[in-house]
Design a protein around this ligand. Structure first.
Ligand SMILES: [Zn+2]
Length: 120
Protein backbone atom coordinates (compact mmCIF):
# COMPACT_ATOMS: atom_id res chain seq x y z
CA UNK A 1 0.00 0.00 0.00
CA UNK A 2 1.21 3.46 -0.91
CA UNK A 3 2.12 5.62 2.01
CA UNK A 4 0.12 8.82 2.03
CA UNK A 5 1.98 12.05 1.89
CA UNK A 6 0.36 15.41 1.56
CA UNK A 7 2.52 17.84 -0.33
CA UNK A 8 1.37 21.42 -0.44
CA UNK A 9 0.59 22.69 -3.91
CA UNK A 10 3.35 24.75 -5.59
CA UNK A 11 1.10 27.83 -5.51
CA UNK A 12 0.66 27.55 -1.75
CA UNK A 13 4.39 27.01 -1.17
CA UNK A 14 5.26 29.99 -3.36
CA UNK A 15 2.80 32.22 -1.52
CA UNK A 16 4.02 30.98 1.87
CA UNK A 17 7.56 32.07 1.07
CA UNK A 18 6.29 35.61 0.68
CA UNK A 19 4.81 35.60 4.17
CA UNK A 20 1.51 35.45 5.95
CA UNK A 21 -0.39 37.71 3.61
CA UNK A 22 -3.41 37.85 1.36
CA UNK A 23 -1.76 35.86 -1.42
CA UNK A 24 -1.28 32.90 0.89
CA UNK A 25 -4.78 33.24 2.31
CA UNK A 26 -6.26 33.20 -1.18
CA UNK A 27 -4.12 30.27 -2.33
CA UNK A 28 -5.11 28.24 0.75
CA UNK A 29 -8.83 28.80 0.25
CA UNK A 30 -8.55 28.04 -3.45
CA UNK A 31 -6.67 24.82 -2.75
CA UNK A 32 -8.20 23.58 0.50
CA UNK A 33 -11.38 25.58 1.15
CA UNK A 34 -12.41 25.89 4.79
CA UNK A 35 -9.49 23.73 5.91
CA UNK A 36 -7.07 26.10 4.22
CA UNK A 37 -8.72 29.05 5.89
CA UNK A 38 -8.38 27.36 9.29
CA UNK A 39 -4.72 26.59 8.63
CA UNK A 40 -4.10 30.26 7.90
CA UNK A 41 -5.82 31.19 11.16
CA UNK A 42 -3.66 28.74 13.15
CA UNK A 43 -0.52 30.36 11.78
CA UNK A 44 -1.78 33.88 12.28
CA UNK A 45 -2.71 33.15 15.89
CA UNK A 46 0.62 31.36 16.50
CA UNK A 47 -1.12 28.14 17.44
CA UNK A 48 1.54 25.84 16.02
CA UNK A 49 4.00 24.52 18.61
CA UNK A 50 6.98 22.34 17.97
CA UNK A 51 8.14 19.87 20.58
CA UNK A 52 11.12 17.56 20.27
CA UNK A 53 8.91 14.69 19.21
CA UNK A 54 5.84 16.21 17.56
CA UNK A 55 4.16 19.29 16.25
CA UNK A 56 1.05 20.31 18.15
CA UNK A 57 -1.70 22.59 16.89
CA UNK A 58 -4.00 24.28 19.37
CA UNK A 59 -7.55 24.23 18.09
CA UNK A 60 -10.64 23.27 20.06
CA UNK A 61 -8.31 20.70 21.55
CA UNK A 62 -4.60 20.10 21.15
CA UNK A 63 -3.92 18.06 18.05
CA UNK A 64 -0.73 16.13 17.57
CA UNK A 65 0.62 16.17 14.04
CA UNK A 66 3.21 13.55 13.22
CA UNK A 67 4.31 13.90 9.61
CA UNK A 68 1.27 12.99 7.56
CA UNK A 69 -0.87 11.99 10.49
CA UNK A 70 -3.08 14.02 12.78
CA UNK A 71 -5.06 13.03 15.87
CA UNK A 72 -8.14 15.11 15.01
CA UNK A 73 -11.55 13.62 14.15
CA UNK A 74 -11.73 15.46 10.84
CA UNK A 75 -8.60 13.72 9.59
CA UNK A 76 -9.47 10.27 10.86
CA UNK A 77 -13.19 10.18 10.08
CA UNK A 78 -14.13 12.75 7.46
CA UNK A 79 -10.94 12.59 5.43
CA UNK A 80 -10.18 8.95 6.27
CA UNK A 81 -6.49 9.85 6.40
CA UNK A 82 -6.50 10.35 2.64
CA UNK A 83 -6.24 14.12 2.55
CA UNK A 84 -4.60 16.69 4.78
CA UNK A 85 -6.63 18.31 7.56
CA UNK A 86 -6.21 21.95 8.58
CA UNK A 87 -3.63 20.97 11.24
CA UNK A 88 -1.40 19.09 8.83
CA UNK A 89 -1.60 21.99 6.37
CA UNK A 90 -0.77 24.44 9.17
CA UNK A 91 2.26 22.41 10.27
CA UNK A 92 3.59 22.10 6.74
CA UNK A 93 3.29 25.85 6.30
CA UNK A 94 4.80 26.54 9.71
CA UNK A 95 7.86 24.50 8.73
CA UNK A 96 8.34 26.45 5.51
CA UNK A 97 7.76 29.80 7.18
CA UNK A 98 9.45 28.99 10.52
CA UNK A 99 6.28 30.15 12.19
CA UNK A 100 6.11 28.03 15.29
CA UNK A 101 7.09 28.17 18.93
CA UNK A 102 9.71 25.65 19.84
CA UNK A 103 9.66 23.84 23.16
CA UNK A 104 12.81 21.99 24.06
CA UNK A 105 10.98 19.08 25.62
CA UNK A 106 8.97 16.04 24.66
CA UNK A 107 5.25 16.40 24.21
CA UNK A 108 4.68 12.89 25.59
CA UNK A 109 6.38 13.94 28.86
CA UNK A 110 4.25 17.04 28.98
CA UNK A 111 1.09 14.93 28.71
CA UNK A 112 2.30 12.60 31.44
CA UNK A 113 3.11 15.50 33.80
CA UNK A 114 -0.24 17.06 33.17
CA UNK A 115 -2.06 13.86 34.07
CA UNK A 116 -0.08 13.20 37.25
CA UNK A 117 -0.23 16.89 38.16
CA UNK A 118 -3.96 16.81 38.42
CA UNK A 119 -3.85 14.02 40.95
CA UNK A 120 -1.33 15.51 43.36
ZN1 LIG B 1 -6.02 17.52 12.14
Amino acid sequence: MRKMSFSLSPEVVKAAKKGLGYELYRALIFEYGKRGEKAFFYLKEKRVKKYRDFFVVIGTNEYVVDGNFCTCMDFQFNLRAKRACSHIIAVKLARIMKLYEYYDCYYVDFLRDEKSGKRS
